[in-house]
Design a protein around this ligand. Structure first.
Ligand code: FPP
Length: 251
């Protein structure tokens, strides 16, 4: 078992694979970029720029800890309703992040994946994303999943539609549809459910993120705005997770 800061209270669960002491999958709602910028009298895009720096740091921290999957809510399907200039700035930041990170992901053996309505992204961003996903497809150290133009309800509806289509065409028996069959139609098929969900900026909302997948995730709310979230904050969130008693509905 790996403890982060001595002295730590002993985890109350057994370190068996179902209850990993280091979360296998961490999902993050990166909130508070706008407030961070406002507090400093800066335009919102500066908050997002500083947020992209926090992404770099947290990715490295997860890799060091041995986390297998990191899923970041980088752009929700609702974010398209923001002013055009902010959407453009966010896409430009994403392009820059992808261009800068491509070599680094390769060097660090990190696989990139994306979930969401990727076809809604600008063609340039989509091409960049596709090429890095293809280039890193065989990497094994860790997986970074970017949720882009993502909405969980949309994802669930699309899974239901695909099962209904197959059932109507006689390709599957409706009676055979169980949780595993449903999960296999989600965009996260093959990815273990998040063990830990972190949301920054103190808000206590899920905001249409991974609704199916976080059924049993431990939720840690951090008061800091995302651009202020550092390596040590991730370790603290994992410490908090280690102190929880995960019961999955049992005693
Ligand atoms: C929420 O803050 C954050 C976003 C809508 C975008 C998240 C994007 C980044 C962290 C940077 C780019 C991402 C990558 C992967 C390079 P908010 O704007 O809603 O903040 P507010 O609630 O304070 O207004």
């Amino acid at each position: 078992m790996r403890l982060l800061y001595p002295p730590l209270p002993a985890p109350r669960f057994h370190p068996v694979p179902e209850y990993p002491t280091i979360p296998r999958h961490i999902a993050v709602i990166m909130d508070g970029n706008g407030r961070w910028a406002k507090e400093r009298g800066l335009p919102r895009r500066e908050g997002h720029r500083a947020g992209a720096e926090a992404v770099r740091e947290v990715l490295d921290a997860c890799k060091e800890l041995g986390v297998d999957y990191l899923t970041l809510y980088a752009f929700s399907s609702e974010n398209w309703n923001r002013p055009e200039a902010e959407v453009t700035a966010l896409m430009a930041l994403l392009d820059r992040f992808l261009k800068e990170k491509a070599k680094d992901l390769d060097a660090k053996n990190i696989r990139l994946q994306a979930i969401g309505q990727i076809d809604r992204l600008p063609a340039k961003t989509r091409d960049l994303l596709d090429s890095i996903i293809a280039r890193t497809a065989d990497h094994t150290a860790m997986t970074l999943v970017l949720a882009l133009s993502y909405g969980a309800r949309e994802e669930i509806v699309s899974a239901a539609r695909s099962l209904a289509t197959d059932a109507a065409a006689g390709r599957i028996d409706p009676a055979s549809v169980d949780e595993a069959a449903f999960a296999s139609r989600l965009q996260t098929a093959g990815i273990p459910d998040p063990d830990l969900l972190i949301r920054t900026s103190g808000e206590m909302r899920i905001s249409n993120f991974l609704l199916w997948q976080i059924s049993y995730a431990e939720i840690v709310i951090v008061r800091k705005n995302w651009p202020d979230f550092r390596h040590g904050d991730l370790l603290e969130a994992v410490n908090e997770y280690q102190r929880r008693h995960r019961r999955f509905g049992a005693l």
